[in-house]
Every structure is written in structure tokens, then in C-alpha cells.
Ligand binder design. Sequence first.
Ligand code: PEP
Ligand code: MG
Length: 602
Amino acid sequence: MRYAKAVAEPSRTGEKRFLGIPVARGVGRGRLFVFHPTASRTVPQYGIRDGDVPEQTQKLEHALLRSREQIHNIQKRVRENMGAKDAAIFDAQLLLLDDPVLLEEVVRYLRRERVNVEHAFSVVSHRYLAAFGAIDDDYLRERMVDMRDVVDRILHNLLQREGPVGLADLREPSILVTDDLTPSQTALLDRGLILGFATDQGSHTSHTAILAQSLQLPAIVGLRNASRQLRSGQYALLDGFNGALIVDPTDQTLFEYGQLARKQLAREDRLRELRDQAAVTLDNVGVTLSANIEQTAETAAVKDKGADGVGLFRTEYLFLNRETTPSEEEQYQAYHRVATDLHPSPVIIRTLDLGGDKVQSERTLPVEMNPFMGLRAIRVCLQQHGLFRTQLRAILRASAAGNVKMMYPMISGLDELNQANRLVEQCKAELRQEKVPFDPDLEIGVMIEVPAAALIAETLARRVKFFSIGTNDLIQYALAVDRLNPQIAHLYQPTHPAVLHLIKRTIDAAHQHGIWTGICGAMAGDPVLVPLLLGLGADELSVAPSLVPAVKFIIRRLKSAEARALADFALGCEDLNLILERCQALAEDIAPDLFANDNPTA
Ligand code: PEP
Ligand code: MG
């Protein structure tokens, strides 16, 4: 992983290169699909005369007609590709389009206020959405997602904007270009139609990076305003090694990248051979190499890539794009499926990490000025006991499989751990009474993501069975660098001495109390940094399934003494760049084949 600055670069040859931050390796080529979520656009507002009302009304009728046509087309495609059940989802959207109340209300508003139809529609539809969201009815709240989609679509058509309205308009395999991709948008993506991602915002640990790694697709983030300069349909190459999006590539560039892609495939073939080999160093020190997953279906990739189980199951993805939370039974089915699919390998289920950039809906969590410092993760769960207990019961029931462990995200103090554990005990008592089986010895760990938790690691270590260091957040909180902000991506430095000392302190405290420490942030999946983390004493690394082979490869080329010497050097060094250089030198020395051939002109 490189930590580059994002810049745009003109070219002599007619092709245009946009440079950003490479976050998932590989090369993609194909047409661009440029997606601008309507919500982020400004809607013009201007006055109209009485005589303009018929024309404005007609505009709205046209937009409704066009929206209906588009939804019918999407529905047809979904029916052909995914079956009638999935296509029926769009019936709800068509029904909303046919609802005369919204239309009448908009016309009344524009006549009364003498404003243009786009503005009138925007005001009225947002009131409508707010009223809908406030009704205490699960079914109606579920319909909010459809409602928002329809409102966005009508507004897009009213504004006569070019290009796709929503991600559902994606029809052919394309490179997705957008300002930013939220976790809920990505959950709606037809993943089979994506060749790669290029976003204006984001950094190494943003959701786009995590998703691209789990889908094994190339990705670049931090392209600043590229999405505003590009159009859907343009042909491009996406270089996830070097962070370049090359639009209208010349024949020479296409040739060079063709070579690069072939070399990459050959390298992947070699790495595939490691699938059934253990993650051990040359001097036979074993490391647990687990995978991070977000969806139940990813268990296939966990096995296919040869991971030792799941080190982080990000359960919040089950909660996105819906207004109601999944029931205990639905959650149980998901956790049970992952546990039994991978049995006897361990599966660490992380309790809900909603908040930050992962928001379920406006209704469940308030909009905050500083969401990463706000109501997030364990803080949400300890405020909403019903939500938390439902999940705890589902995890406990799934633990009957025997290979489940559980951890709490974003713990910052002992009190939170104690409160969470008390709720677990209550849930266990209930299940016992109901004679529902669960693992009475379910191991509970905490994520170390907040510097305060690292500093009180001894206190926490006495009360839990393991630690898992979430470096994505630990770095952002230790260095006060928003992990999603490309403007300061260059300040997001995993080798910063402060970060390394926090990691070391955590691991030492764990070992003193006889428990183990894993690392599940993006740092663990960067082969360059793997020797350093092992030298610091990490017992487990948990990475995106697609990164397992490369991490295993470097572990198998490493001697533990080299790793320890690197860590000793790093802990005594004041210069983060020097530490990074040493890490790079060691990695390239022991595993040159892993880093060669990344540059098309090399
Ligand atoms: C982390 O913070 O490193 C982590 C693994 O959790 P997430 O990326 O889901 O916040
Ligand atoms: Mg985290």
C-alpha cells in the first residue's frame, strides 16, 4: 500500500490521467459509470408567474412518466437476471409513483408560493418523507428506502440531468466513478456489474477500499473532483497498483497494461498455491491468519483464500438500507450460517458498529457534526438496549455451534465493557430459562480502536479473552486524522511512532495477562507492514479475504528474528518515514516477487 497524494495530470497523448490513492490492487478496463447521488445536488429556486403554472405542471407529469418508464426497464432487467421475487421490489416504487396525493400537493405548493416545480417538488417531497418516517409502523418505515429512491429519480428527471439516476441503472459491467460511496449504497450494488471503483473522496480505510478488497476489484480513492470531469460511457483503465484512472488510453498504454494484467494473473496463480499451507515464518513460528467479512456469502472466499476463520465479522452490514432492524431470528440465521459454514475454524462476530459513516437511516440515529466522535458502535448499543439485546441473543444462540467468539467495537473505558457484559449475562439467563442452547464459555474480546483503550490495556486485559486492534480507527483517533478525508490522507500514517507505541503497549498488556492480540485494520493486510506487526508481537492478523494469500506469502518468507529487529528499530526511531522505508526494504528483500511488476512502464 502506498501513501500518495491525489493529483490530476494532463497528458501529451490525448489520454487523460487522474491520480489518486490506490487502495485495492489490480487493473480494470471498461466504460465508466459516473454516478452523482441526487441528494447532494442543489435544486434551483426561482419565481414564476400564474401563467407559467400549466407549463410547470406539465414538466412534473413528464418527469413522472419518464421515471415510470425507467423503473419498468429496471424491473424487467431484474426479473430476467434475478427472478420475479426480486423484481417485485420495484412494484412498491411504481405504486408510489401512481399516488396522486404527492402530485396534487406539489402543484398546490408551486401555485401558492409561485416557485418553480423543481423547488416545489423538493420541498414537498422532503416533508412527505419526514412525515412518513415519523409514523410508528414497521412496514411503512421499510418503504422509506423505496420512497427516497423514487423521490431522487423524479427530481433527477425534473432537473433533466444527464446520466444514471441510481446505482440500479447500472446495466453493463463498468468502472464506477462517484464522489463517495456510502456503505448503504454499496449494499445495493449489483456487484457482478462492477469492474472497479474510483471515488473523489475517501482514503485507505474508507468503505470503498474495504469493499473493493473484499470483491477483489481494483480501486482508487481521493480523486478530488474527477467525477465532475468525467461522463458515463467514456472508456478507461483503472490502475489499482499505482492509483491512476486513465481515460481514453492510447494503444501503447493499453498494451502496457495488458502486460501488467498478465503478470498479475501469473502472480495470483502462484499465490493460490499457498491456499492449504500454514501461515508460519521460516523459523516455524505460527501466525493465525483470519479474514474480515461483511456478508454471510463471503464465507466461500474465506475458504477459497485459505484463511484460518473469521477475525472480524462486521455485522452492521445486515442493518443497512432498511428502516427496521433485523429480527433476532434473521440475525441468528446469518450468524449461524457463517459459524457452521466455517466450523471448526473460529468466527469472531463484532457487535454492531453503527454510526460514523455506517448509518442505518436518518430516523434511527441523529445527524451529528462529528459522527466518528459521536454516537457510534458500543455507545449506540449501550443507549439502545433493545437493539443490543436482540443482537446479543442472536450471537449467543449462534455460539451453540462451538466456534463463535464475540467482540465489542470502540470500547474506550472499563465502564462500557462492564455494562456490555452485564447485558450479555442477562441475555444468557433468559436463554437458559427458555432452554435455548448457547455456548456458556463464549469468549468475549474488545477492539482496541480508541487510544484510551490502549492506554488502559492492562485493566481491560484482566477482563477479556482477547484483543483485536482496529488500526483504521486507532490511527484516526491517535493522530486526529479523519480516516475518510482525502485532504489529509497524507497525514494518516500507520508508522507514526505514537501508533506503534499504542500497538506495542496493547500487545504487551495482553501477553502479561495471558491473552492474545489480533490486528484487524487495513494495516494488517499491507504486506509491507506485516513484518513490523509480527515483530511487535501480534498473534493474529485479520484481513480482507483477497489479501490473505499475499499476507501468507510474506509471513512464510520471514524469520521472526528479522521481524523483531525491525520492531525494535521502529520503537526506537522518531522518524515515521524512516520506519516505513525500513519496512519496505525488508519486505522487498524477502519477497521481491510480491512487489515486482506493479508499474506498467517498468
Ligand atoms: C478498524 O477500525 O480498524 C476496524 C477494523 O473497524 P472498522 O474499519 O469497521 O471501523
Ligand atoms: Mg473500527
